[in-house]
Design a protein around this ligand. Structure first.
Ligand code: ATP
Ligand code: MG
Length: 200
């Protein structure tokens, strides 16, 4: 294994926006695989009630099943306390020594990186890929990166992906209002949500 992509997120629920970004990164950076890592207790999402980790991990499993390059990890959901990306990347480096790591994010999340715990160290541990996302112009990213050292900026690459204005927030709202979520996320995930009565 030479190059591994990781995609972190709440995945509440996982949708085609996540999957398109991950597949685009896999192809562009010739990743041997992409591992989806649902967050256990995200420090920045404490404002709302997050669906149980077990449900979110199962939905992630269902979503990646049709892609031989995709896998999931329970690294964060098994770890007690808040999920910090730096700890996850550190653990991944121990699990895959000598492997180049790529952390895949959307254009919104990469902006948050700059506010994350130990950002300097994080940028020295793995590459970051910022997938375009409707509503989050990459110009903002360039501006925010202005204060960061050049060798660290090189660790961040932006990547154009087909624009999907899909968000988990919108999907949860749709379910709550009885509106369709079909074609926004993989069918097995849709069935799981409806069968388990999630987001109602
Ligand atoms: P929520 O609305 O609950 O915040 P979300 O749709 O933003 O959910 P997250 O689990 O927060 O999904 O995001 C995980 C990662 O996927 C983040 O890096 C985010 O930027 C990225 N991402 C989410 N949706 C898209 C999308 N439509 N296009 C590109 N990247 C996306
Ligand atoms: Mg989000």
């Amino acid at each position: 294994m030479h190059r591994i992509g990781m995609m972190g997120g709440t995945f509440d629920p996982i949708h085609y926006g996540h999957l398109v970004a991950a597949e685009g990164a896999r192809h562009r950076f010739q990743l041997d695989k992409v591992i989806f890592i649902p967050a256990g207790h995200p420090p920045h999402k404490s404002g709302r009630q997050i669906t149980g980790a077990h449900h979110r991990w199962i939905m992630t499993e269902l979503a990646v099943a049709s892609n031989a390059y995709f896998d999931t990890s329970t690294l964060e959901v098994d770890r007690p306390g808040y999920s910090y990306t730096i700890d996850t990347v550190g653990e991944m480096r121990r699990l895959y020594p000598g492997t180049e790591l790529f952390f895949i994010t959307g254009a919104d999340a990469v902006l948050e990186i700059l506010g994350w715990k130990q950002v300097d160290e994080l940028l020295s541990m793995c590459h970051f890929i910022a997938a375009t996302r409707p509503g989050y112009p990459l110009g903002n990213l360039k501006r925010r990166l202005a204060g960061i050292a050049a060798d660290q900026i090189r660790q961040i690459t932006s990547m154009e992906v087909p624009a999907l204005a899909i968000s988990s927030t919108d999907i949860r709202r749709r379910v709550g209002e009885g509106r369709p979520i079909k074609y926004l996320l993989p069918e097995p995930v849709e069935s799981y949500i409806l069968n388990r009565g999630l987001y109602r």
